[in-house]
Design a protein around this ligand. Structure first.
Ligand code: FE2
Ligand code: FE2
Length: 314
């Protein structure tokens, strides 16, 4: 029996020839929905969306074909002036979410890592070129099941923007974008009960909570690190995403590279909003008070400038 990989339907465009079989999951079974070589009609596609069907499935054997399909689709779409920013954001969101989900399920898969790289490139492209993209990404509402994925997208997009603002090298910006997408992949390796810590306010952590939560930065990364296709810089940034200059992270580092500081700061900002339910404005305010000493002041200030210029503090 073959195993199935979920993909977001926003990464499959109607009226475009499919190079793989598409399945849907219905009543505990995978049903063939569309054959390779055919394409989904616009009306049919619209119906799926109206029914709130967010995922298709492909067989594991078809993954390389899907990856190629998606690469081409993104390349065609992102540069197309006739495609709305909304549509582009949806597609990039879908590509990132599909990649992160695959990464969560199979961090050891080369395909998962490749997909994450492609998705991160498109994410960088869209936030760099479209002033309204970041706000659209942040504005998306998701249910609890997708919370870590949504957070990873937020962190990647915002950290990329901050890295651009701080004039980091292009290669570093790319690495930050990928690290942002994968940094919390280890969260889903914790058992269901411990995963709830993701939504718990850090100030309310017991010593046990802190120890268990700290595990998520290494779990998936240890699997990934040994793979020849994995970028060592990306790994460093991802593994140190909870570190601060005061040495409060699980790895107790007190020296951080610029890239590490960017991811950690953006991560902490987005986590504050998730765990306390505060507004972006309040999160930024508490950052200016509580996080001084954890990050260089210049980076905090530049981060605030990014949020203002992106319209995220309104
Ligand atoms: Fe984390
Ligand atoms: Fe995170």
């Amino acid at each position: 029996m073959s195993s199935y990989t979920p993909l977001r339907i926003s990464t499959v465009k109607p009226n475009r020839e499919l190079t793989f079989d598409l399945y849907i999951y219905f009543k505990e079974t995978y049903l063939k929905y569309q054959d390779s070589g055919s394409s989904i009609e616009t009306e049919k596609y619209g119906k799926l969306k109206a029914q709130k069907i967010a995922k298709f499935y492909i067989t594991e054997e078809d993954e390389p074909k899907y990856q190629k399909f998606l690469d081409l689709l993104l390349a065609d779409t992102m540069e197309d002036p006739n495609v709305s920013v909304d549509e582009k954001v949806n597609m990039v969101d879908g590509a990132c979410s599909t990649a992160i989900e695959k990464m969560q399920e199979q961090p050891e898969s080369e395909m998962a890592y490749k997909m994450t790289n492609t998705a991160a490139k498109s994410l960088r492209q869209i936030v760099e070129k479209n002033p309204e993209a970041l706000k659209k990404i942040f504005g998306k509402k998701v249910d609890d099941a997708d919370l870590v994925i949504k957070h990873s997208l937020n962190v990647s997009a915002l950290a990329t923007k901050l890295a651009v603002k701080l004039n980091l090298k292009s290669e570093d910006i790319d690495n930050i974008a990928v690290a942002g997408l994968i940094h919390d992949v280890g969260m889903t390796r914790l058992n269901k009960e411990d995963q709830m810590l993701f939504k718990k306010d850090k100030d309310k952590f017991t010593p046990d909570d802190k120890r268990i939560y700290g595990l998520h930065v290494k779990d998936a990364m240890t699997v990934l690190k040994s793979k020849p296709w994995v970028n060592a810089n990306v790994m460093e940034i991802a593994m140190n995403h909870e570190e601060t200059l005061k040495g409060l992270g699980p790895n107790k580092k007190t020296k951080l590279s610029k890239s590490e500081m960017i991811i950690s700061l953006v991560n902490s900002y987005d986590k504050t909003i998730i765990t306390t339910g505060c507004t972006p404005k309040e999160a930024m305010k508490s950052m200016m008070i509580d996080q001084v000493g954890n990050y260089e002041l210049d980076i905090i200030n530049k981060f605030k400038e990014v949020l203002i210029s992106e319209g995220l503090l309104e």
